[in-house]
Unconditional design. Structure first.
Length: 222
């Protein structure tokens, strides 16, 4: 029986994955690494330093910089991301997600946040959605980032639930892998080819309702 929902933030609740991508794209240009859609997909859900390392590897530049230089570049990306957040408000909540969060909150499901972003508390505040979350995982306390299951295992644990009693929602391949590894039921939102490992797939956020999830679970017997 499902008792809780574990939410990714960027690209699931808000359009902020586009902001992250924009800031990484800017840095990739500066580092002379060609930006591709595939690189963009690989970065989704992945933490700050891991993302920078992926970009450098993608461009064959993984040995070109010292740790100090990498820290400086990661900080530069974050400054650019924060500038993009300046004007963030409710209008960037993805279609249907505020209604869905209200729906599950009204039905007394427990809700936790499983975002890799250290900026996620700020983003939730700006979107006016922070009050719906019973718990949040602080990504700074994790040993391993997505695709490792740690963050989703913890997101269930902070609700005092077993992962098997929870549904995780993700827009990223790394995130779906993380949910699956934890034992929770995975909902992938976006291109089903990219998110083929998810238990349930939706093309976009407006399809995410309790009724549609129940229907999909019935069909798949998850
Ligand atoms: C999320 C986003 C990623 C981002 C990561 C770290 O998972 O999907 O694009 O790199 O968080 O975010 P941060 O705000 O801490 O740099
Ligand atoms: Mg995401």
């Amino acid at each position: 029986q499902v008792k809780g929902f574990l939410f990714d933030l960027d690209g699931v609740i808000a359009n902020t994955s586009a902001y992250h991508a924009k800031a990484w794209h800017q840095l990739a240009d500066e580092l002379g690494v060609t930006w591709t859609e595939d690189l963009g997909n690989q970065l989704k859900g992945v933490g700050r330093m891991d993302s920078l390392n992926l970009i450098l590897k993608y461009g064959g530049k993984e040995n070109d910089y010292t740790e100090d230089e990498k820290v400086k570049y990661a900080a530069e990306k974050n400054d650019n991301y924060l500038k993009l957040l300046d004007t963030l408000d409710k209008s960037e909540i993805l279609p249907g997600m505020e209604d869905f969060i209200k729906e599950i909150s009204d039905q007394h499901y427990l809700i936790s946040l499983a975002s890799s972003s250290k900026n996620s508390p700020l983003v939730l505040e700006k979107l006016g959605l922070a009050q719906y979350f019973d718990e949040k995982v602080d990504p700074a306390t994790l040993k391993h980032g997505k695709p490792d299951p740690e963050i989703y295992t913890r997101a269930a644990e902070v609700l005092k639930l077993k992962p098997e009693e929870c549904i995780g929602l993700e827009d990223a391949s790394a995130g779906v892998k993380s949910i699956n590894g934890s034992g929770a039921i995975s909902v992938g939102i976006g291109d089903p080819k990219v998110l083929s490992e998810a238990d349930i797939n939706f093309n976009n956020t407006s399809e995410v309702t309790l009724q549609n999830i129940a229907k999909a679970m019935d069909k798949k017997k998850v």
